[in-house]
Write a protein that binds this ligand. Sequence first.
Ligand code: GMT
Length: 377
Amino acid sequence: MKIAIVCYPTFGGSGVVATELGLELARRGHEVHFITYSQPVRLALLNPNIHYHEVHVPEYPLFHYQPYELALSSKLVDMVKLHKIEVLHVHYAIPHAYAGYMAKQMLKSEGIKIPMITTLHGTDITLVGNHPFYKPAVSFSINKSDYVTSVSQSLKDETYRLFDIKKEIEVIPNFIEIDKNKIDENSSCHRSLMATQDQKIITHISNFRKVKRIPDVIKIFNEIQKQIPSKLMMVGEGPEREIAERMCTDLQINDKVIFFGNSNEIDKILNYSDLFLLPSETESFGLAALEAMACGVPVISSNSGGLPEVNKQGYSGYLSDVGDVDDMAKNAISILSDNTELLKFKKNALALAAEFDILKIMPLYENLYKRAIEKFK
Ligand code: GMT
């Protein structure tokens, strides 16, 4: 099949999912065309089935805002025609579903019919998409998509609750490549660079936006380190980083917290971790939690959104109400203070992650593409 994938190329979860999906499809022999404004961070262009087409938005003094949707939809039209693409798969509704719909209309006027699949990821529905300034356009473009998928049951329910959606939404959960997450002994990233043998390693990975409740991460860790020798790895970049750094100074725990910024060594950091913290305000799925579990790391998370579909209470970790840092700290300490208990949770986390193995989820997407292409023949 010839598939176009439209996504954000940044460190956010939706871009990671779209990139990993495209890479696996290419490995399976499909021709995959990534269409976005810069090369996705996890995209290695070493596979002959992978193509990357950059969307350029020419600057013009009249434009206060650069018309990205316009440039994207034009690029989609050109690429569909040039490469005979059979299906468009857009990740994150804003503005991709809107641009995809416009491209479809332009192609239709030239007698070319192509199906569009929109995958909803989370904030495109819950935080951004729901804003009154965007809502009509988001509803319209979801309803005009030929197929709609969401990454969790919770996000599906939220979409129906918040928008007037007439379309069927299929749940296709996010996935993980389990085998990829083994420790590379030759890596320059060693455990000793992060902590001493007697210290437990606790990790948080995100884009440090408000929704991640970064101050809660610091508060939870502060309680843990009072009872358990430990270090905190803060991986990612974003607006809440400075606040977190200031909190660490105020609490005098600077020497126990490492801020990595964005990292391509996530797998390695996770492989040395004992616990993962994700106290988010909302999380449609929580890909970072799944990535941690795939490295055998138990998760202390909030119970919001789709997190209970990924992290299981008392099995792969614990879930608490949003903002209940005392409960989260108590649960973390109970796992970390008993090595037998910790080992049990680690094994469970890995076993649960295996249920989201890419090999199990990929046929769901392939099947959807086949159905879509068949219907538009
Ligand atoms: O919030 C983020 O981390 C980024 C955002 C994105 O779209 O890039 O993540 C959303 O999509 C991820 C992939 O499907 C999900 O795992 C995240 O839970 C979701 N974030 C939220 O719902 C806040």
